[in-house]
Design a protein around this ligand. Sequence first.
Ligand SMILES: *[C@@H]1O[C@H](CO)[C@@H](O)[C@H](O)[C@H]1NC(C)=O
Ligand SMILES: *[C@@H]1O[C@H](CO)[C@@H](O)[C@H](O)[C@H]1NC(C)=O
Ligand SMILES: *[C@@H]1O[C@H](CO)[C@@H](O)[C@H](O)[C@H]1NC(C)=O
Ligand SMILES: *[C@@H]1O[C@H](CO)[C@@H](O)[C@H](O)[C@H]1NC(C)=O
Ligand SMILES: *[C@@H]1O[C@H](CO)[C@@H](O)[C@H](O)[C@H]1NC(C)=O
Ligand SMILES: *[C@@H]1O[C@H](CO)[C@@H](O)[C@H](O)[C@H]1NC(C)=O
Ligand SMILES: *[C@@H]1O[C@H](CO)[C@@H](O)[C@H](O)[C@H]1NC(C)=O
Length: 351
Amino acid sequence: MTVDRAQLEVDLLPQFLFSGKTPKKDSFAWKLLLVLLIGLCGLSICFVRVGQKNVFTEAGIFGRQAVSIAHCPNLSQNSTKDIQLHYPKPRRYQREECFCTPVHFFVILSMQRSGSGWFETLLNDHPNISSHGEIFGGRERQYWNFTFISKRLDSVYNLDYKSSAAKNECTSAVGFKWMLNQGVMEYHREILSYFRRRGVSVIFLLRRNLLRRLVSILANAYDKEMKLLNGTHKSHVHSKEEANTLAYFKPVINHQALSESFHHIVRLTGNALKAFNSTRHTVVYYEDLVERKEMLEQIQEFLGVPILTLRSQQVKIHTKPLSDQIRNWDIVYDTLNGTEFEKFLVDTQYT
Ligand SMILES: *[C@@H]1O[C@H](CO)[C@@H](O)[C@H](O)[C@H]1NC(C)=O
Ligand SMILES: *[C@@H]1O[C@H](CO)[C@@H](O)[C@H](O)[C@H]1NC(C)=O
Ligand SMILES: *[C@@H]1O[C@H](CO)[C@@H](O)[C@H](O)[C@H]1NC(C)=O
Ligand SMILES: *[C@@H]1O[C@H](CO)[C@@H](O)[C@H](O)[C@H]1NC(C)=O
Ligand SMILES: *[C@@H]1O[C@H](CO)[C@@H](O)[C@H](O)[C@H]1NC(C)=O
Ligand SMILES: *[C@@H]1O[C@H](CO)[C@@H](O)[C@H](O)[C@H]1NC(C)=O
Ligand SMILES: *[C@@H]1O[C@H](CO)[C@@H](O)[C@H](O)[C@H]1NC(C)=O
């Protein structure tokens, strides 16, 4: 159910029941009748269960504060697989039949062009996972502070954040993707304490081959300018033809800056792993996800959701050997050969 529909229902019910207003349209009459019928059923159940208590706030179907998690299993007695679970109470809608479905909070910490877009489409293929994309991807980043960040985190974990990924009622794992250059490291102490307090599990999604990542970054930046697909820029594609068009571009790589930029990424990743080491976390490499189907099952297990086969419509853009994708390949090869980064040159995958 979409947020809008749920919102409508929740907002209409109290109005009909308590304010005495009559609905404007005749077609609402049957709905009113239905609502009253359901209400009566609810009342009888509640009288049996809670006796003298205020039935309207206990019943779970009326009004905004209608939720009483007293009827759901006590979560603090369940510490299966050390996952911390919650019963969120969204502000705009009821969780309906999944009212007592506990929710696990997660975050994907990653870097641009590391397969996280593809990874999220896979996760969102699961009926019980909502992963909201880059909620801190906006341009106004320099004005943010932790107050702002924690409010937005709250809205995600309270199942109030709206995006096309939101599955609302029956979500049992909710999260988003957060790039390491989007404030994660600046506020890592506050964020760590938030994660620990609320039991947020961390998925590090990293890419082993930083040279391939660089090709992807440069090609994506080029396409932002050139808009190769009928004048529109695309970071991810859904067909072989589009992939081929985008992969046609071969960047020239500034070999002098190469080692330093790799060192920078290695440092950044190491710092992030250290900063969030005390959370419940897992490290996933993009290359392993591509090669090994069972990785996706392990991640579903980590998230505590039923294990299903997940699919994505996205098509990989760069599938050729690296030597075919870099215009000054010889220089790049000589620069990296004999260094700690020479493993990026050996390109057993995708060939
Ligand atoms: C749930 O269990 C915990 C620990 O066993 C207990 O302290 C708490 O009072 C229980 N809560 C409810 C609502 O029963
Ligand atoms: C708690 O654990 C029991 C069995 O260990 C399970 O039957 C029950 O569904 C769990 N409750 C929740 C809310 O996860
Ligand atoms: C998953 O979602 C389906 C419906 O979308 C729901 O029936 C089911 O209870 C949910 N399961 C879990 C474990 O959250
Ligand atoms: C945090 O940022 C918000 C929005 O930019 C601003 O309204 C608020 O005053 C800031 N709070 C602090 C404590 O700086
Ligand atoms: C782009 O143009 C090609 C032909 O030039 C056409 O086949 C394709 O459908 C177009 N794609 C979009 C998304 O408009
Ligand atoms: C994380 O902590 C474990 C032990 O608690 C330690 O062995 C490991 O080296 C730490 N990893 C990082 C990246 O700090
Ligand atoms: C890579 O470096 C080694 C020495 O470090 C050299 O023997 C080898 O020829 C180099 N490879 C290429 C393709 O230049």
